[in-house]
Ligand binder design. Sequence first.
Ligand code: GUN
Length: 302
Amino acid sequence: MILIDGKKVSAEIRNRLTKETAELKSKTGCAPGLATVLVGEDPASAAYVRIKNKVCAEVGFQSFEQNLPAETTEAQLIDLINELNRNDAVNGILVQLPLPNHIDPQKILLSLDPGKDVDGFHPINVGKLVLGDALLTPCTPTGIITLLDYYDIKIAGKHAVVLGRSNIVGRPMANLLLQRHATVTTCHSQTVGLEQITRQADILIAAVGRPHLLTSSMVKKGAAVIDVGITRVDGKLTGDVDFVSVSEKAGFITPVPGGVGPMTVAQLMANTLQAFKARNNFAGEVGSQIFRREEEDEAKVV
Ligand code: GUN
């Protein structure tokens, strides 16, 4: 079994981004800028946003941190987003989800400039992802593709099973795997015969937020198992995968913490750089392809 080290891969990506940012800065005099928008004081969301701003500064980006009170109205939030849309120093805008109940997240996401939507959540970017033509794709699933590439885990032709259909992870994950020519099955709370399906998976991605749902009997020997779950149980971060039993059967497995989590933040920075380059007409590789070794000819594949 090979333990997938998300911390190490994330650090490598952040180093590359730091170097590239310094070069761009010396050439152009500008650096990418990322705005984070947090509404309310949910401690987990506040912690994520703090990490994002810290890493943003580490790689040499400008960070614009916007922390708003929980009472902020939908109209006030849209006004702020419009301001950030107009601000040329801001290349990426991230609105931390979930938002308070009185704000409709779809309205907010629709107000983002799609070119600054570094989460890939705007309907335009979701549509482009489904068409296989997106520049900005959601950070967690894109970071997972990068991990698979880094460990040279083949995707094309493999059966990938995704547990969960959230807009943030499950749905975009399935689309990204399809784009890389996997045979993809999405499972969810209404799926019948879950174990028969998961046992067929060469790549198994658990993103349901149900601690230790995935046990050893549900996994094929040698499978790559990716755990996106982070639920606090008795003060400890717990994944969707029963790591102790599954690690005896899996060929590759991510730990929690230290697996997928650090990749999300690295990918957010990669997307921000991508948005900056697109805006300034610099060429460059797409953020999700940096460790890719599979050589399919996209044009020939149907
Ligand atoms: N909440 C949980 N994950 C995410 C994410 O990737 N982006 C945003 N904006 N909010 C989140």
